[in-house]
Design a protein around this ligand. Structure first.
Ligand code: SF4
Length: 370
């Protein structure tokens, strides 16, 4: 077997499910997969359906598109509508609704909004359009922050002054702490994010067992990766252990990617606080462009309104992102809110829990008894 096949072997999957079933007995446990990439794999491959009913998978806040609040989308649209601006971002962000619609709708009204695959593409647009100002709407967790860092360094080295970044990069530890501090918490452990950990390493999660008594297993993105991570978590819980373990050791190192971490430290600084959709203000949970790069910082170059905007009353993305409800329990799921007509962010990106449920149609429409 080659490539991904070895991580999708049905016989191995059945063996892991048997092991989980034997280990768990009649216990009931709830595990949060923090990362939207895991949510996508779980529903694409129907993993929830083959796990024993005692294992409940709860979807976390690790989809970067899903956590951007309405106010930041409104700010992005405000920037896109400034004179002489070419506004660039990743494709999913073009469809995220703000209070005045999405960037795609702003484009239809005449704003020059373009989607790119990387911030370096945005920098190339700036070099090709020296009479225009190119703004890059940067979003994402530790995984994507280094590419923005590299782009800022390249822009400075090349003296490209008609380029700046509207930084919305977030970090994984503060929202996990916010979830763990929630009195309504009903989780027994975490499936830790694989891509984020590639950059950040395994040590950043030590607070989970140390401060909250919750185990965490970092997992890869193939079906067998996730099943094995569930098996490792169930084994910890059954054996009374509480540790950080690394199922994704073929990629993730304890110290993470030190070179990428250094690039980020050189170009960005922690924000005092940042608003998350559904989670509210979380101190120290995001990064701003470093003052040394103020010439490339959209927030330094523009007086951005910075409004706070409440989610639409029908939107329950916050409850989905905190694992309080399942996507299908939202009153507008699959009716007013679909991937074609998203009301909330969780229906936009393929990594969003609502989009994953809707797209793959694998819904367990009842909760396992507590
Ligand atoms: S169905 Fe739509 S509005 Fe409801 S939680 Fe999901 S994305 Fe948000």
């Amino acid at each position: 077997m080659t490539g991904t096949q070895e991580f999708r072997d049905p016989a191995m999957a059945r063996a892991l499910v048997r092991s989980i079933t034997d280990l768990i007995g009649d216990r009931r446990i709830a595990l949060m997969e923090v990362c939207g990439g895991h949510t996508h794999t779980i529903y694409r491959h129907g993993l929830e359906q083959i796990l024993p009913p005692g294992v409940e998978l709860v979807h976390g806040p690790g989809c970067p598109v899903c956590v951007i609040p309405m106010g930041r989308v409104d700010d992005a649209i405000w920037l896109a509508e400034q004179d002489n601006v070419i506004f660039t971002t990743f494709g999913d962000m073009m469809r995220v609704p703000g209070s005045r619609g999405s960037l795609l709708e702003a484009k239809a009204r005449g704003a020059d909004c373009r989607f790119v695959y990387s911030p370096l593409d945005a920098l190339a647009i700036a070099e090709a359009n020296p009479d225009r100002l190119v703004v890059f709407f940067a979003v994402g967790f530790e995984t994507t922050t280094p590419s923005t860092a590299v782009t800022l360094l390249r822009a400075r080295e090349a003296g490209v002054r008609n380029f700046c970044v509207f930084a919305n990069h977030v970090t994984i530890e503060p929202p996990m702490r916010a979830i763990l501090d929630d009195p309504a918490l009903r989780l027994d452990g975490f499936i830790g994010p694989g891509h984020v950990s590639t950059i950040a390493g395994t040590r950043i999660y030590e607070f989970c067992p140390r401060d909250y008594g919750k185990p965490l297993v970092i997992a890869g993105f193939e079906p067998l990766d996730i099943l094995q991570a569930v098996q490792m978590l169930v084994a910890q819980l059954v054996e009374g252990r509480c540790e950080v373990e690394n199922q994704y050791s073929r990629v993730v190192r304890p110290e993470g990617n030190l070179a990428a971490q250094a690039l980020v430290a050189q170009t960005m600084v922690p924000r005092e606080t940042f608003e998350w959709r559904g989670l509210g203000e979380i101190p120290g949970s995001a990064l701003a462009v470093h003052p040394d790069f103020a010439d490339w910082d959209a927030e330094a170059r523009f007086a951005i309104p910075g409004r706070r905007v409440a989610d639409p009353p029908a939107c329950q993305c916050g409850d989905v992102l905190r694992g309080v409800i399942k996507p299908w329990e939202c009153g507008v799921f699959g009716t007013a809110c679909t991937p074609e007509t998203p009301i909330g962010t969780c229906m936009v990106s393929p990594e969003g829990a609502c989009a994953a449920y809707y797209t793959f149609g694998r819904m367990r429409l009842t909760r396992a008894p507590a």
